[in-house]
Design a protein around this ligand. Structure first.
Ligand code: KG4
Ligand code: ZN
Length: 326
C-alpha cells in the first residue's frame, strides 16, 4: 500500500510517499526556520501563510522524487493535531481535496503517534516497546503495546524538553532554534562544570521549569563560566533525567526495547547516554535517523498506513485538533 503523507502542524511543510508503512519513496521537507528566526520563535499566522504558499510544490516534488503519479497513491494521511490551528488546517484541507478528487481513503494522524513511527522507517523495530518522545511541545513516555495502542506512562508537568532547550538557548544568546545550538556548544563544554538541579517528580513524570530557572539565575549572576560549560551542564541535567526515567519506565512495563522519537532525539548527548545505559541494562535501543526525528511527513504516512491497516478511515468532515491529547 502506498500512502501520501502531509505534515503542516508547526513550521515545516512536508509531503512524503511511503510504501507499506516502512519504505520511504520520498520525503520532501520545507523548513520555515529563516522566516521565524528574527522573532525568536514560531509566529502562527506567518507559519500558516507559508504553508499555503508552498504546499502545492512540496506535494509535486514528493511525487516527482518517488517517480509516481497520483494514480499510484492508495491513501492520504495527514497530521490533524496537536499543533497550530491555522497551520494544521492548511495540510488537512489539502489532504481532503486530494482524497476527494482521487477517490481514495483519507486518514487523520496524531502528530505524536507519527513521531513514534520514525522508528519503523529507520529499522526493523516492532511493538511492544517503550517510547521516549521528546519534542518542542511534548515530553512523553509511551507504552506502545501494538501498532495501534499507545498508553501514557509519564509526561512533563511543565515545560517540554525541547522548549527548555530553546528557552535556555535564548538566555545564552544563541540563535533560534536553540536545541541544535546547545547540542553544538555542549560538545565543547564540560557537563559537570555546574551542578544544575535534576527535578524529582513522582512516578515517571518530568519537570524542566526549575532547571530552566536555575540556568536563568546562573546567567543573571554573571558568574565566570563559559557558555559552552553552561550548555553542557544544562544538557547533561536534561539527559540524566530523560535516560533515568526511560530506563525505569521500560523496566517497570516489562519491555526490553526503547525507541527514541521527536526533535530532541537528534541530541548527540542523549543518543550517546541512552545507548550506553541500554547496553548496561541489556535493553535494545532504537534511534531514528535525525531527519525522521524532527517534523516530516514520512512519519505521518507511516502512522497513516498502520491506522488504515487497523480499519480506521476518516471522511471529509475531519477537523483539526490543535490541543489533541495522546
Ligand atoms: O519534533 P520537533 O521537530 O517539533 C515538534 O513537534 O515540536 O521538535 C523540535 C524541537 C525543538 O525544540 C528543537 O530545539 C529540538 O527539537 N531539537 C533539539 C535538537 N534538534 C532539534 N534539541 C536538542 N538537541 C538537538 N540536536
Ligand atoms: Zn513534532
Amino acid at each position: 500500500m502506498i500512502v501520501l503523507g502531509i505534515e503542516s502542524s508547526c513550521d515545516e511543510t512536508s509531503a512524503a510517499i511511503v510504501k507499506d508503512g516502512r519504505e520511504v519513496l520520498s520525503n520532501v521537507i520545507s523548513s520555515q526556520v529563516e522566516l521565524h528566526a528574527p522573532f525568536g520563535g514560531v509566529v502562527p499566522e506567518l507559519a500558516a501563510r507559508r504553508h499555503i504558499e508552498c504546499i502545492d510544490s512540496i506535494v509535486d516534488e514528493a511525487l516527482q522524487q518517488a517517480n509516481i503519479h497520483f494514480s499510484a497513491i492508495d491513501a492520504y494521511a495527514v497530521a490533524n493535531g496537536p499543533g497550530l490551528a491555522g497551520a494544521l488546517l492548511v495540510g488537512l484541507n489539502y489532504a481532503k481535496a486530494l482524497a476527494y478528487v482521487n477517490k481514495k481513503p483519507l486518514v487523520g494522524v496524531h502528530h505524536i503517534e507519527g513521531h513514534v513511527c520514525a522508528n519503523y522507517l529507520s529499522g526493523t523495530l516492532e511493538p511492544p516497546f517503550l517510547s521516549l518522545v521528546v519534542s518542542g511541545g511534548h515530553t512523553l513516555l509511551l507504552a506502545v503495546e501494538d501498532y495501534d495502542t499507545y498508553r501514557v506512562v509519564g509526561s512533563t508537568r511543565d515545560d517540554a524538553a525541547g522548549e527548555a532547550f530553546d528557552k535556555v538557548a535564548r538566555v545564552l544568546g544563541l540563535p533560534y532554534p536553540g536545541g541544535p545550538e546547545i547540542d553544538r556548544m555542549a560538545q565543547r563544554g564540560c557537563g559537570t562544570a555546574i551542578a544544575f538541579p535534576r527535578a524529582k517528580v513522582d512516578g515517571f513524570d518530568f519537570s524542566f521549569s526549575g532547571l530552566k530557572t536555575a540556568v536563568v539565575q546562573h546567567v543573571a549572576k554573571g558568574l565566570n563560566f563559559s557558555v559552552e560549560d553552561i550548555a553542557a551542564s544544562f544538557q547533561q541535567a536534561v539527559v540524566d533525567v530523560l535516560v533515568g526515567r526511560a530506563i525505569g519506565a521500560c523496566e517497570s512495563e516489562g519491555y526490553n526495547q526503547i525507541a527514541l522519537a521527536g526533535g530532541v532525539a537528534c541530541n548527540s548527548g542523549l543518543r550517546t547516554a541512552m545507548e550506553e545505559a541500554c547496553k548496561q541494562k541489556n535493553i535494545k535501543i532504537s534511534m531514528p535517523k535525525p531527519i525522521y526525528c524532527t517534523d516530516n511527513a514520512a512519519i505521518i504516512a507511516s502512522r497513516g498506513y498502520y491506522r488504515i491497516q487497523n480499519g480506521y478511515e476518516d471522511n471529509l468532515t475531519l477537523n483539526a485538533f490543535p490541543g489533541r491529547m495522546v
